[in-house]
Write a protein that binds this ligand. Structure first.
Ligand code: 2P0
Length: 356
């Protein structure tokens, strides 16, 4: 991955810049619902697999502007756009820096230029906000010259970087680590359960519709919390799934993990369907793929399905089975709609420049 958009001009004084790369992660045990909207604290923990190849590369340049109120700028895949998540994350970082005594961080005098490139379809339920916000948070943090705790593999409760990334997106926190990751319901305590090369897993991704989803996860979560009669049971039954799935990972028991994963996704979708008005991200084609996964299993394949806030179906399997499963799915939904992804690495810095 490399940034292909031409660098934009920076007429103001630059305080520093940094570039970071982060991969998407897919939740095997899902996060859905918030305990606190302001700090974006989740109502439940989650367990995810960070993937290779798909992700975001983001460069943040902090600028000092004396003459007028400074606005942040966000350029995604070469196009300038407004994004409330980006603004919220950057504003939070400046507030934190100011509270820490950095006088330059005063709002309105410092702004960021964010240039980002996604190699995953944006906002379609393929976790683009996870890689996007992890890369943004890490680049924005590092551009200020602050050390990255993830490099030392010591991300734990209390890390300001985790809190920052979570403001952008709850699921993005998990992309700060590679392989299989468990995030607690405090939204900040994280454990890497398995390095990316410690278990040869794969996800066969069946793309149902690459367009953007109609209802954002943020809105969907709140609607589910406020209107679904099943929401409380979703939350109260969640810790069992998270603990059992953690055990399954520790035992490298794919059958057990696969069953728990399917249970978690169907339970989340049941809560979504029972919201008012209902949230139905799945399409007829998604259900057809689920039938095929059952068929594959009945013929002896170790394959389990998971779906997020979008119509796509991701099939978890051993790496050695992925090609066979992908070939079968391509014969049903088309050659170009099926991809194989493997466990990937943690978010990391790919370049830094200090101007002051
Ligand atoms: C997850 N999803 O655990 C779940 C499963 C989608 C379904 O986290 O509001 O973009 O920014 O915290 O992280 C997608 O929601 O939501 C998500 P916010 P996010 O991956």
């Amino acid at each position: 991955m490399s940034l292909s958009s031409r660098s934009i001009e920076h007429p103001s004084h630059s305080l520093g810049s940094a570039s970071a790369a982060a991969s998407v992660n897919i939740a095997l045990i899902k996060y859905w619902g918030k305990a606190d909207v302001d700090s974006n604290r989740p109502a439940v923990g989650s367990l995810s697999l960070t993937l290779d190849e798909w992700g975001s590369e983001t460069t943040v340049t902090w600028l000092e502007k004396k003459e007028s109120r400074a606005e942040h700028r966000f350029i995604l895949n070469g196009q300038e756009r407004l994004d409330s998540k980006v603004n919220k994350l950057l504003t939070h970082l400046l507030q934190y820096a100011e509270a820490e005594g950095h006088s330059w961080a005063k709002q309105g005098q410092v702004s960021a230029v964010v240039e980002s490139k996604n190699t995953v379809p944006t906002a379609s339920g393929l976790a683009s906000s996870a890689s996007g916000m992890a890369a943004l948070g890490l680049a924005a943090w590092s551009a200020l010259g602050w050390p990255n705790p993830s490099l030392n593999n010591d991300i734990h409760g209390g890390s300001q970087l985790i809190d920052l990334v979570r403001i952008g997106s709850g699921s993005a926190v998990r992309s700060l680590k590679g392989g299989l990751v468990r995030l607690e319901s405090d939204g900040r305590t994280m454990t890497q359960l398995c390095e990316r090369d410690e278990w040869s897993l794969a996800l066969v991704i069946c793309i149902v519709d690459p367009g953007p989803k109609a209802i954002s996860s943020r809105e969907g979560m709140e609607r589910t919390r406020l209107t679904s009669p099943y929401y409380d049971r979703w939350v109260s039954s969640h810790p069992h799934d998270l603990n059992a799935a953690t055990e399954a990972v520790n035992e490298r028991d794919l059958g057990k993990l696969g069953e728990l994963m399917e249970h978690s996704t169907f339970k989340m979708h049941a809560a979504m369907w029972s919201a008012k008005p209902p949230l139905r991200y799945l399409k007829a084609k998604s259900l057809m793929i689920l039938d095929e996964v059952e068929q594959l299993r009945s013929r002896g394949s170790a394959a389990w399905a998971t779906m997020d806030a979008g119509p796509h179906v991701k099939i978890l399997c051993e790496r050695s089975e992925a090609a066979h499963i992908a070939t079968h799915m391509k014969s049903i939904i088309g050659q170009r709609s099926v991809l194989i992804r493997h466990p990937g690495r943690a978010a990391h810095i790919i370049g830094e420049k200090r101007d002051v």
